[in-house]
Design a protein around this ligand. Structure first.
Ligand code: SF4
Length: 348
């Protein structure tokens, strides 16, 4: 079967066989990519209109107990200047975001034991009490089911936790032995069962990734049906064991985004900062491949450069206001309207 026929099969079946995924990733050319992006964009516009959801992201701690080999804020990086925002700082970021019209706040951080279940739930409750019309999304890694449940009970409604790879051996090449795919999958399952709108995702072109791994990622997502999917190209960070690894390809990332949109038509898929870092027009291309979310940074300017997950991250020297303005202009330039509404996942 030709790649275009396989892509149309994905549209009707919302799943493919392993060999079909591998064929696409092994052999797709510019024309296949254009075909997939056009179809993905059509599906996105049909479901969501030419509208892009804005989410305000607050990177509230760059302290992490883990040592993922790809991450610039891993515990083992002694060159990283650490910071933590307290509840008051976080609320100030939300206040700023609310004034700019944001109705979703994403609280993202490393796995930092300083933020106990009680502390974190207090923060979530303070936000939801102050801004009852806003959604709180958490992105703070692997936690006990009890902790997840407490966050949900406190009012958080979405949780982002990239699975990174659906292949246990590949997972072991990206993480130390203390971190396992089994544990990551347990967390994702708990989050879904509790009722979170749950996001998973990968870095395209991560070290040691093969097209078989990508096929497994797509098959995992076909089965798991995440409400959100985070996809960006791998970008190396100079203070990590992967400093000399090649960055992931933007075209392949766009292909993965387009295929994900075709497979999961209702998903919320952000056009990531990593895409915008890999290529100046990356974020716009992400939208043209089927993304429907962008996440401007609301973190205080003085901590931005310290939340450096990979080298060259864009937007670290811009105020929240300037970042929002830039993203809005980028979206309008390609004919899309920015929407600040909550934008919950809907089955349609
Ligand atoms: S990817 Fe997340 S869990 Fe891993 S080291 Fe970085 S912040 Fe910590």
């Amino acid at each position: 079967m030709k790649n275009k026929e396989i892509i149309l099969k994905l549209q009707s079946n919302r799943a493919l066989e392993e060999g079909e995924w591998i064929q696409i990733f092994d052999t797709f050319d510019d024309e296949d990519l254009r075909f997939a992006m056009d179809l993905a964009r059509e599906i996105t516009i049909e479901r969501f209109g030419k509208k892009i959801y804005f989410r305000g992201i607050v990177e509230f701690t760059n302290v992490c107990k883990n040592d993922c080999y790809y991450c610039g804020i891993r515990a083992g990086n002694s060159n990283c200047a650490r910071y933590r925002l307290d509840e008051e700082d976080i609320l100030a970021c939300c206040e700023d975001g609310y004034a700019h019209g944001f109705r979703t706040f994403v609280l993202q951080g490393g796995e930092d034991p300083h933020y106990t279940k009680e502390k974190m739930c207090h923060i979530v409750r303070s936000i939801t009490e102050r801004y009852p019309d806003c959604a709180v999304t958490m992105s703070i890694g692997e936690l006990d089911r009890d902790y997840y449940q407490a966050l949900y009970d406190a009012g958080a409604v979405r949780y982002l936790l990239r699975h990174e790879t659906a292949d246990a051996e590949h997972y072991a090449l990206l993480h130390p032995a203390s971190q396992t795919l089994e544990s990551r999958m347990r967390c994702l399952k708990d989050l879904k069962e509790i009722g979170f709108q749950t996001g998973c995702g990968i870095m395209v072109g991560s070290p040691h990734q093969t097209n078989l791994h990508l096929a497994k990622d797509m098959m995992f997502m076909a089965d798991f049906k995440p409400e959100m999917v985070g996809l960006g190209p791998f970008i190396p960070h100079r203070d990590t064991p992967f400093r000399d690894e090649a960055a992931g390809s933007v075209d392949k990332t766009l292909m993965v985004i387009a295929l994900t949109r075709i497979m999961l038509p209702n998903a919320l898929i952000p056009s990531t900062t990593a895409l915008g870092t890999a290529e100046a027009e990356g974020r716009q291309k992400g939208v043209l491949a089927g993304c429907n979310v962008v996440m401007p940074n609301l973190s205080p300017l003085e901590v931005r450069k310290k939340y450096m997950l990979y080298d060259g991250k864009v937007g670290t020297d811009m105020s929240a206001e300037a970042g929002i303005r830039t993203l809005r202009a980028q979206m309008e330039e390609i004919g899309y309207e920015v929407i600040v509404a909550r934008g919950d996942f809907k089955r349609r």
